[in-house]
Design a protein around this ligand. Structure first.
Ligand SMILES: NC(=O)C1=CN([C@@H]2O[C@H](COP(=O)(O)OP(=O)(O)OC[C@H]3O[C@@H](n4cnc5c(N)ncnc54)[C@H](O)[C@@H]3O)[C@@H](O)[C@H]2O)C=CC1
Ligand SMILES: Nc1nc(O)c(N)c(N[C@@H]2O[C@H](COP(=O)(O)O)[C@@H](O)[C@H]2O)n1
Length: 219
């Protein structure tokens, strides 16, 4: 499995404000870049915190780019939510219509919620006791043909992926705004590292819109 993370942050490293509402940090050219990244992926992944905050549909991607690299019959990238207790609302945009949506959940999910999400059309896969075991869960979606995933956030999920040493590359759009706030989500939240910090190798720097996109390989 190849895992790439992409997110947009303010100049001070925030994904959003302390209200955790979606904020347009990047612009049209960067969203077009994100659509191309989605097109290169078998699935786009978000945490349930992002679903509850932003209600993303994750259906937009660059179809021309996808067919040019994957062929005319390439199917659209699937959608994946990491959701320990199945808090995804059954009317969430991420469950609506096509393509397929996977909910990666844990033993902590109430049976009734698991059933409700399956009835709403999701493919729910259980891995982990209290929280989703990301290594096992990603291995499970790999058996469904998902080999390249793009993770769009949020900060809790991104930190856990680094902690599990699952991230291969990361691209970050840094916008021309300051959001601030000690409780505002950052690119990598969770408990944070105190030693053995993941090291990144810078692979490109590009000006887009009124900001810059940095790309790194994870060493
Ligand atoms: N600027 C950007 O590019 C983006 C910004 N955001 C922002 O990020 C915020 C949401 O981020 P977060 O609250 O950090 O939520 P998140 O989207 O990272 O989801 C975290 C949740 O996932 C579940 N989970 C299950 N297993 C887990 C595991 N092993 N590790 C981590 N989480 C696990 C837990 O319920 C946890 O609370 C919102 O304010 C949203 O607007 C989200 C995506 C992109
Ligand atoms: N790349 C990027 N730039 C921003 O400025 C953003 N606010 C975000 N947010 C994330 O984009 C996703 C939107 O999904 P759909 O438009 O519904 O497909 C979602 O994951 C947001 O949190 N991204």
């Amino acid at each position: 499995m190849h895992v790439s993370v992409n997110a947009a942050v303010s100049a001070d490293g925030k994904l959003s404000s302390r209200r955790r509402e979606q904020i347009a940090i990047s612009g049209d050219d960067d969203f077009a870049r994100v659509d191309r990244l989605r097109a290169e992926s078998d699935a786009v992944v978000v945490g349930v915190g992002t679903v509850l905050a932003d209600d993303p549909s994750l259906v937009r991607y660059d179809e021309t780019h996808r067919t040019s690299i994957r062929g005319e019959t390439a199917s659209p990238p699937a959608r994946v939510v990491v959701d320990s207790s199945c808090r995804t609302p059954t009317n969430a945009a991420i469950l609506a219509g096509d393509p397929e949506t996977y909910v990666l959940t844990s033993d902590a999910a109430p049976e009734s919620r698991l059933t409700a999400l399956r009835d709403a059309g999701a493919t729910a896969l259980v891995a982990g006791e209290e929280r989703v075991d990301l290594t096992d869960a990603f291995a499970a979606i790999e058996t469904h043909g998902i080999e390249r995933v793009m993770v769009e956030g949020g900060g809790e999920l991104i930190f856990s992926l680094f902690k599990a040493a699952l991230v291969d590359e990361i691209t970050v759009y840094i916008g021309n705004t300051v959001i601030g706030g000690r409780d505002a989500p950052t690119l990598a939240d969770g408990d944070g590292f105190v030693e053995a910090f993941p090291e990144l190798e810078l692979t490109s720097v590009e000006r887009i819109d009124s900001g810059v996109v940095l790309a790194w390989h994870v060493s």
